[in-house]
Design a protein around this ligand. Structure first.
Ligand code: 13P
Length: 343
């Protein structure tokens, strides 16, 4: 298959009606934090058994089209010795890989960050492809404060995302482009809208400069919400309206799918907000979907508690959240569904 055919096949497998992406690509320090919250120590074997449990959830492929993996997961196996990327591929779920190497402060832009990991990326992608990965993810982070993001921060982060995306497409990987505007702080929804609009304009200018084929990317942005230290939370309708206003201005219709991150929203909030977008804007030019980490995994982690006897409850919790987000993809979710029994 040539690179264009490869990219087109991957994007059509990733973007499917009623489905979204599971982010299971927590780095070693981040998964250790998630495990610590349930009093479980993070070891290679526990990470393997937890993630293997998630990926073997019966019926997962009804609502999940792709999973983002962390590097170590590519070489780990399920209980029957099948490599975890293969466990996913056999269910028609596309395995992908987080390729960035985390954040550093951006020099001369106090408060802003920049993501590491471009050196040797093309070579790493060639190895990841042999291990079964077909798409990649790279996250840039933008804190909101009175002074952030700076003009330099907007420019430098956009440039990184575009360089990463161009390398991915050259290697036949669909890039998930993730400019995460943090929910931390006490900013208003209006300020969040201003920042996200500026971020998206800079990112799409940079993608254009680097000749990235927009039809073969997935955008993974933050929703427009008030800062989490400014209660009360906005209603799903307010979030949907504010988010779509910004995205209509800044995201070209050529982009096939916008898969939001959950970014610290509760699982219920993330589902309700996505649902409101699809209910209010069924004719949006792009798919409005999810690529949630915490909002899909939190209930599963709570059910798991690091114990093998909780395997069925863990899978049931993941299946429930995946199916509720599946309903949100078509605007058919209602909060009453939270108490229904699944499986
Ligand atoms: P959250 O949904 O927990 O924000 O994670 C998504 C993700 O992949 C962040 O990079």
């Amino acid at each position: 298959m040539n690179t264009t055919a490869e990219l087109e096949a991957t994007i059509s497998d990733m973007v499917q009606t009623g489905k979204g992406i599971l982010a299971a690509d927590e780095s070693a320090p981040t998964i250790a934090k998630r495990f610590a919250a349930i009093d479980v120590e993070s070891t290679g074997e526990r990470r393997r058994s937890y993630r293997s449990l998630l990926f073997t959830t019966p019926g997962l492929n009804e609502f999940i089209s792709a999973v983002i993996l962390f590097e170590e997961t590519l070489t780990q196996q399920s209980g029957d010795g099948t490599l975890l990327p293969e466990v996913l591929a056999r269910q028609g779920i596309v395995p992908g890989i987080k390729v960035d190497k985390g954040l550093k402060p951006l020099a001369n832009a106090p408060g802003d960050k920049i993501t590491q990991g471009l050196d040797g990326l093309a070579e790493r992608l060639q190895t990841y492809k042999e291990q079964g990965a077909r798409f990649a993810k790279w996250r840039e982070v933008y804190p909101i404060s009175e002074h952030n993001p700076t003009a330099l921060g907007l420019e430098a982060n956009a440039e990184m995302l575009a360089r990463y995306a161009a390398i991915c497409q050259t290697e036949g990987f669909v890039p998930i482009v993730e400019p995460e505007v943090l929910i931390d702080g006490n900013h208003t929804i209006k300020r969040s809208a201003e920042v996200i609009e500026a971020v998206l304009h800079a990112v799409f200018h940079a993608l254009l400069r680097h000749k990235v084929v927009l039809e073969c990317i997935v955008l993974k942005p933050s929703m427009v919400t008030p800062g989490k230290d400014l209660p009360p939370r906005a209603s799903p309708e307010q979030v949907a309206e504010a988010t779509l206003k910004v995205f209509r201005r800044a995201v070209p219709a050529a982009v096939p799918s916008i898969n939001f991150l959950s970014g610290g929203q509760t699982p219920e909030e993330a589902t309700a907000n996505l649902n409101a977008m699809n209910a209010m804007f069924p004719d949006a030019p792009w798919e409005l979907s999810f690529s949630y980490g915490r909002a899909l995994q939190e209930p599963a982690l709570k059910a798991w508690q690091g114990k093998t006897e909780n395997a069925a409850a863990t899978q049931q919790a993941l299946f429930q959240r995946a199916s509720l987000n599946g309903a949100a993809r078509t605007g058919e979710y209602t909060p009453a569904m939270e108490t229904e029994t699944f499986i």
